[in-house]
Design a binder for this molecule. Structure first.
Ligand SMILES: Cc1cc2nc3c(=O)[nH]c(=O)nc-3n(C[C@H](O)[C@H](O)[C@H](O)COP(=O)(O)OP(=O)(O)OC[C@H]3O[C@@H](n4cnc5c(N)ncnc54)[C@H](O)[C@@H]3O)c2cc1C
Length: 292
């Protein structure tokens, strides 16, 4: 097909564990078919082990708990969501799991799975074995860009893009989970895997295509995501990495309703809300205004 402009939006695919292919009872969650297959298994009940305490893992654990399953979450980092939220606030997410009797094993990696045709246990790197009837592997996603290898386009953790979505090839832009955009605020490339990024960045990318590269890229809004876990709405905007302090500005950690602000050299760089949607929205706007 001939084209004057091309938009690459091939998204990402769930990462898997080596050796897990073909073992019944082992799931990843990315597509509608994945969700249906997992729903059918969870409906049968039993012991669920979730590998990875990120968004997917925590939301699956929370749903499975509500369905009455016996749930264990294994997370290699010291707390769940330590990357996006930092360890201090990640500890609050740990407490959410504990509040509901979900076992959380942090700071230990998974060595492998056991079972002949069907999984029967998860083997941990410290030698422990966790029995399992169902396993959900929630260890992140990889950008779907293999098909671009050898095409001449620059790849680096996805399609490498400027601050306006342009790639190393003229007339080609990339958006969404497969695109690693330059973030002028942070001075580095960041691949954002959230709906807001996938929805907002195409405006800038299409403007770039239509203008033939003659527009100055604007500064994108700070990335935003939310996650519903055990009835608590977690909302986050900005980047916790690089913050030198985080303080709770409203609410109480014990009540699981807080508004926390991350600062670098006294300036807000990120904001976290737990069951604080109104206050969070105010802070998110303020953050966008002060960091643009
Ligand atoms: C279970 C789950 C829950 C999530 N929850 C949230 C949430 O609460 N909040 C949030 O902000 N984000 C959430 N996300 C992330 C959000 O869904 C993604 O950021 C968003 O879907 C990215 O959009 P996209 O268009 O870049 O990629 P996708 O939605 O992955 O779409 C890419 C499409 O490209 C197709 N494709 C791939 N390769 C090719 C090829 N070579 N040729 C043609 N087509 C191809 C794929 O089949 C797919 O249909 C969640 C993701 C998952 C998996």
């Amino acid at each position: 097909m001939q084209a004057d402009g091309v938009v690459i939006a091939t998204g990402a695919a769930a990462r898997t564990l080596p050796g897990s292919a073909g073992l019944a009872g082992v799931h990843t969650l990315r597509t509608l078919d994945d969700a249906r297959a997992l729903r059918d298994e969870l409906a049968r009940g039993g012991r669920l082990v979730v590998i990875g305490g990120g968004f997917i893992g925590a939301e699956v654990a929370s749903t499975a708990y509500a369905l009455g399953l016996d749930v264990t979450v294994v997370e290699a980092a010291p707390t769940p969501l330590a990357g996006p939220l930092g360890e201090t606030m990640g500890a609050l997410v740990s407490a959410l799991h504990a509040d509901h009797g979900v076992r959380l094993l942090c700071g230990v990696g998974v060595k492998g799975l056991s079972g002949e045709r069907r999984v029967d246990a998860v083997l941990l790197e410290d030698g422990r074995t966790v029995p399992a009837d169902i396993v959900v592997v929630g260890v992140g996603a990889r950008p779907c860009v293999e098909w671009l290898e050898g095409s001449g386009i620059a790849l680096d953790n996805g399609v490498k893009c400027g601050a306006d979505g342009r790639t190393s090839l003229a007339g080609v832009v990339a958006v969404g989970d497969c695109a690693n955009w330059y973030d002028p605020r942070a001075g580095c490339h960041r691949r954002v895997e959230h709906w807001t990024g996938a929805r907002e960045r195409p405006d800038a990318a299409v403007a770039t295509l239509l203008a033939g590269g003659a527009v100055e890229p604007g500064v994108p809004r700070p990335p935003y995501f939310w996650s519903d876990q055990y009835g608590v709405k977690i909302q986050f905007a900005g980047h916790a990495a690089g913050a030198d302090s985080v303080t709770i500005e409203a609410g109480a950690a014990d009540d699981r309703d807080i508004l926390a602000v991350y600062r670098r050299a006294g300036n807000p760089v990120a904001v976290l809300g737990m069951n604080q949607p109104r206050l969070f929205t105010r802070w998110r706007k303020q953050l966008a205004a002060t960091t643009s």
